[in-house]
Design a protein around this ligand. Structure first.
Ligand code: HEC
Length: 252
């Protein structure tokens, strides 16, 4: 029993961290049926993520077929390292080089949406903030001391932490992180600021949508099949009802 409790106390902080370290996760609300969003996400992925992360389980061809992108469009817009559409989303960089630069090998992102969950990914990509104490100058709310740079800064801008001073029951003051805010907020009108925030949220939603899709490409097929089955059932119900009426009309 004591060992069990010990094991639990050792494990629990890990679990709490894995679920976002106490930070409230924002809902991704991504929509796998939205092809335009999936296409935009695919573009962002190859342009901003594949410098370091691969998606080795995924073939370009499959993406083209599922998302309605022709082979020539694939080659022109998505395939920078690959020659043939049958290739997987591998990266040109040598993984040992990347490890030397960042200290870790960036994970393959094929099934990251299943491992972390879409809400976590969404919140993660929204939560990079400036932190001078870190080697890359940024930290992340849901991934403390993250070793990944804020690669989407040219789409989001830089966020800085806003702290609030609170006093506890013993009269001690604490600095608590209240929110993150874009640098330069004071130079923008309220509407400008909201538009900028929303446009980045859309980027991240598209990206998470794409990661969700590659994690389980069959979900897409499954869903469209689901609709066909329902449609069939509805039509069938109509026929069955008409038949029933026809059979019973002489009885009444
Ligand atoms: C310059 C290299 C680089 C680029 C580009 C990059 N990443 Fe990363 N990423 C890393 C490194 C390094 C880590 C490991 C961080 C750590 O363990 O501290 C990481 C970690 C992650 C993780 C956490 C994986 C885990 O362990 O659960 C996710 C998710 C992620 N990256 C997503 C992305 C996405 C999405 C993009 C594109 C928008 C992207 N990355 C672009 C280097 C990069």
């Amino acid at each position: 029993m004591r060992q069990l409790i010990l094991a639990l106390t050792v494990l629990l902080p890990g679990i709490a961290l894995a679920s976002g370290g106490g930070v409230h996760l924002q809902e991704a609300n991504n929509d796998l049926n939205d092809k335009a969003s999936l296409q935009a996400g695919a573009k962002l992925f190859v342009n901003y993520c594949m410098g370091c992360h691969s998606a080795n389980y995924v073939r370009f061809q499959r993406i083209g077929k599922d998302l309605g992108i022709s082979n020539s469009e694939l080659q022109e817009n998505l395939m920078f390292n690959a020659d043939k559409v049958g290739e997987t989303m591998n990266i040109a960089l040598d993984k040992s080089d990347v490890k030397r630069w960042f200290g870790v090998v960036p994970a393959d992102l094929s099934v990251i949406a299943r491992a972390r969950g879409t809400d976590w990914l969404y919140t993660y990509l929204l939560s990079f903030y400036l932190d001078d104490s870190r080697p890359l100058g940024v930290n992340n709310l849901v991934f403390k001391d993250v070793g990944m740079p804020h690669v989407l800064w040219d789409r989001q801008g830089w966020q800085k932490p806003v702290y609030e001073v609170t006093t506890d029951a013993h009269g001690k003051t604490h600095q608590v992180l209240k929110t993150l805010e874009l640098v330069g907020k004071d130079k923008m009108s309220g509407n400008e600021y909201l538009a900028k925030v929303e446009s980045y949220r859309k980027d991240v939603r598209d990206l998470v949508n794409f990661l969700d899709y590659i994690g389980e490409p069959n979900k897409l097929v499954g869903r469209s099949l689901g609709w066909k089955v329902i449609l069939f059932l509805v039509i069938f119900l109509g026929f069955a009802y008409a038949l029933k009426k026809d059979y019973w009309k002489d009885v009444h």
